[in-house]
Design a protein around this ligand. Sequence first.
Ligand SMILES: [Zn+2]
Ligand SMILES: [Zn+2]
Length: 467
Amino acid sequence: MIAKKALGFPLKGLRFAIKSGDTLVKAASIQVTRFKTRFDENKTKNSLNEQPVAKRNYADTADQIDASNKEASVDMREFEFTKAPINWIPATILVATPIAAAIITPWYLFTHDVSAPVWGVFGAFMVWTGISITAGYHRLLSHRAYKAHPVVKNFLLLGSTLAVQGSAFDWVSGHRTHHRHVDDRLDDPYSAKRGFWFSHMGWMLRNYPSGKFDYKNIPDLTKDKTLRIQHKYYGLWVVALNVGMVAAIGWLLGDVWGTLVIVGLLRLVLTHHFTFFINSLCHMFGTRPYTDTNSARDNFFLALVTWGEGYHNYHHFFQYDYRNGVKWWQYDPTKWLIAGLSKFGLTTELRTVDDTTIKHAEVQMQFKKAQQQIDTAAVSGLDLPHAMKTFQDRIKFEYDAFTQTVEEWQALKAKTIELKKTEFADRLHEVDDKLKHDYAKIEQKILEHNSNLKTAFRSIGQNTKAA
Ligand SMILES: [Zn+2]
Ligand SMILES: [Zn+2]
């Protein structure tokens, strides 16, 4: 008991320090994103730069009356979910196509020969459809993570339409709402808090209140003529591409039915569920190296089937980065495509978060994990083992040093802004060199904190991956 009490004060202090550090990181990353990004339209900028809103506090009892009103309204909204009417068109497509694919595809493959060219087109369409959603609907239109030449944009738009995942207006509006209200049971359209089934595809089967989009968060899209046409004639486009175009290719290959079954049906169902995994499994299984404030996870295996979107924890923390797998070795073909096209001038203004900010978020998470380790060890009420006590001291020492580095970094950023405002153009180059040097020093310090933390974790026999 005495040991627990004695630990209480430093633990509280450390917890407070981590909490303050957290706020600082958030403020820092918002500042960096703002500093690095320029948009033509303030309106667009506002809707794109929205940070997740504060989590709904279901147990807020500060004011009894207010709390009971809130509770009643939450109950009312929960009730609306239970009586949500069936969304017939999507429900029919989403239920009928997997059943049809599960029955027809094996039967067809047993009774017919499917030629290599048909399989070739199947492969090409898998890539085109999948990557159009990730590079097109997602990173280009939802997050404006880069700019694309009209040829690229329209090619991705066609592929996204072929994917049958709703018009760009619906997809993007829903996705921006997902980021803004992530994990909220009532406002996140595919909230992982409602379980695997709901976040995977259940949310599309009924007209849930959270799935009604008013397009207020997509002012940049609603003024785009091509996207307006796609939205207006969406059904027509879907049938023309998935049936008309696929059948025409089949006719050219001399196998209309084979192409319709393999390239049409099988490809559609596979790409549907691979994309849906991002909303379901990517919020359930994997690690959380950057933040544990939401359920999004990094998962290499899911990145394999989602064209790189499996690094969802990173994406939810730094959503404007054109990369999801931010490390050079992470499997993210969407990132490679966007970067590759930029070499030919077909994509421009690729937005990235700088390495220091990324590493800073990782280190911050490691401190949180260390705190959790200490808390868990302290809960038993017994004296902390010697190794854990040493670990606690090291973490405390390292956190103080880290806080100082962060303060230096903040001051440097403030100085950068000030200098850029006041320096004469001919001296900017000189100033830039000096700043680069100072930033490199900060980055080096953060890397050192990271390596010291790793050593500390090793001393208590833990790896540093935050789950
Ligand atoms: Zn998500
Ligand atoms: Zn996103």
